[in-house]
Design a protein around this ligand. Structure first.
Ligand code: ADP
Length: 273
């Protein structure tokens, strides 16, 4: 089963999130999922090594989700084992006044990956058509324009050989309630709780509509969306690792050709001692 293809949103289709399962596991059990995750991580490490050495292309992974879906743990488990020299993580919170005094992509563009790097966005420019839309932080005429602007922006990244992979972690609403309750009962998780989370939860349906529009309108060949079932952590990690692995395999980074004559270098090493 090719999970990367299974969860890729078919191009040109209108997304209805009620038709996408949050608890799918494709008949895979936890042990098998964990074994495959370990294999994927091993493959990712090798692919990253080649990407970093090649320095000709880069990968941007955009993670979006409702609160408690597990963006942070996904980053930790899937990307944590990679060489930190070649990975960057950027979380986008509420924009500062200074950021807001620019166009909405200004703060984003500064964090797109340079050649050889993997960049992960924990939230992203999509917040500008999600939270901004739901909370009416700008007029509708402004956010409506943004889908086209985002598509053009991602296209320009693609032309600079940055592959953009977008992943929505699709969480069930009832499952979110369990996870919020867990945050409230486990002392070490309490710091993550914000009263604002209730406001977002109350507006769940509006968020789902905003996600459906964002995914439908910005699901391009050059920057595809994936919708990953998220209720079970071990399956979410497996699916995300499959998607990223498939993408890096498609990019197929190559070690640079050596610029030296090996025999001569070995001779020299002997000579210098
Ligand atoms: P997280 O919830 O991802 O763990 P934070 O607690 O820092 O991280 O929350 C980030 C908050 O910033 C979220 O409520 C999100 O909606 C908000 N945010 C992100 N981007 C924007 C934006 N462009 N405009 C307004 N709010 C934003």
């Amino acid at each position: 089963m090719d999970l990367a293809i299974k969860y890729r949103v078919p191009p040109g289709t209108r997304v209805d999130l009620t038709q996408w399962r949050t608890d799918d596991a494709q008949g895979v059990d936890r042990d098998a999922a964990e074994a495959r995750l370990a294999e994927n991580i091993d493959a990712l490490q090798k692919l990253q090594y080649r990407l970093y050495a090649e320095k000709k292309q880069s990968l941007l992974v955009v993670l979006q989700a409702m609160d408690t879906a597990g963006k942070d743990s996904t980053i930790r488990y899937v990307f944590g084992p990679l060489n930190p020299a070649g990975v960057r993580v950027k979380a986008f919170g509420r924009p500062t006044d200074y950021e807001l005094s620019h166009d909405f992509l200004w703060r984003i563009h500064q964090h797109t990956p340079r050649q050889g790097f993997i960049q992960i966005f924990n939230r992203s420019h999509y917040e500008d058509v999600l939270v901004v839309r739901v909370n009416e932080l700008v007029p509708e005429s402004v956010w409506r324009e943004r889908y086209d602007i985002i598509n053009a922006f991602e296209r320009s990244l693609c032309e600079a050989r940055t592959r953009v992979v977008k992943i929505y972690l699709h969480l069930d609403k009832a499952r979110q309630k369990e996870k919020l309750a867990e945050r409230l009962t486990k002392p070490h998780k309490l710091w993550k709780f914000e009263m604002g989370d209730f406001d977002t939860r109350r507006k769940w349906d509006d968020y789902m509509r905003a996600y459906e529009d964002a995914i439908t309108r910005c699901n391009t060949d050059h920057a595809p969306w994936h919708i990953v079932p998220t209720d079970r952590k071990w399956y979410r990690l497996l699916a995300v690792s499959e998607i990223v692995r498939a993408e890096l395999e498609r990019m197929d980074p190559k070690l640079p050709e050596p610029t030296i004559d090996r025999a001569e270098a070995l001779r020299k090493l002997d000579e210098i001692g």
